[in-house]
Write a protein that binds this ligand. Sequence first.
Ligand SMILES: NC(=O)c1ccc[n+]([C@@H]2O[C@H](COP(=O)([O-])OP(=O)(O)OC[C@H]3O[C@@H](n4cnc5c(N)ncnc54)[C@H](OP(=O)(O)O)[C@@H]3O)[C@@H](O)[C@H]2O)c1
Length: 324
Amino acid sequence: MMLMNSFRQPKFWKTYFTPNRYSYDQIPDLTGKVAIVTGANTGIGYATTVGLAGQGAHVILACRSKERAMAAIERAKKEIKEKYPNAPKPRLEFLDLDLNDMRKCRDAAKSFLERGLPLHILICNSGIMVSPFELSADGIETQFAVNHMGHFVFTTTLLDRIKESQPSRIVIVSSIAHEGPVSGGIDFETLNDPSKSDNVSRYGRSKLANILFTKALARRMAGEHVHVNVLHPGYVSTELIRFAKDKFGFVQWVTNMIGVTPEMGALTQLYLATSPEVESQDIRGRYFIPIANELQPTAYAQDEELQEKLWKFSEELVREKIGA
Ligand SMILES: NC(=O)c1ccc[n+]([C@@H]2O[C@H](COP(=O)([O-])OP(=O)(O)OC[C@H]3O[C@@H](n4cnc5c(N)ncnc54)[C@H](OP(=O)(O)O)[C@@H]3O)[C@@H](O)[C@H]2O)c1
């Protein structure tokens, strides 16, 4: 259903015909900047980490597996040495973050805050796609929990530090799949009812939530030098398809045919996280597709009432499950 809806949308095709407006050699010197990347151990998050640390940023890899994160850190150090021979010794660290559990998200953010570091760049990149129906540690449908709620708790707990560190950026990774949820945008009453949605539309719903959250957060950051933006990274060849390929046999084949590398897939989020243009043109609350091209997301995503409804719903859910 989601794919059908996406194809009916007039904008789906555009992601394949837009120019490349950002490249690795345009990333400015990031010495002195502190960044957190969620889901940094693999895929687009890993490539983003290398891109940031290669220009001198101190990058915190917020991941759910210490083992995978430490392996990624070792790999990134070698890669940076090869790709950026003049770069200073990379500063890469692990932060324990399980987005499937809101209390752990708050604890992860607090443990970062206790270190007293500034936070100039937060990239909410982690995601799961088309996973079978399950409930999170807090009893929330897992795609919505991991892709939206976990990042909501993590980001809002870090927000004061991000404001203190301005100019700063928050980048939320959504998807073209936000075009897909079935009618009504998000029905908050039936989030946890498996009979009202399927694995594919649940992914689309969570990615729509990413854009709604971005726009509501950007509104709250008006007047601050905190630029909050959202993007679709393109069709990127990563491990994200692990569930989709079980459900649809053709997914692996399509990925091999048209999926771009994680390095290419990382460029739009690197643009929003690092390009001086974002500040000079005061880019806020906007949605981008590869590479660094602005696009209007769907009408649901632009619906201010729905954006505020999601914010209120998320706040109340946090209060109910883990307290203020
Ligand atoms: N690939 C694409 O074509 C595409 C297209 C549109 C949007 N996106 C979006 O791009 C983002 C990155 O995806 P990707 O393609 O790089 O996928 P990926 O290779 O599967 O990476 C996803 C990352 O999210 C992490 N993650 C999953 N569950 C988590 C949890 N409970 N707590 C913390 N981290 C968790 C994973 O950790 P583990 O390694 O431990 O599982 C991994 O680091 C996602 O938000 C995705 O929706 C991707």
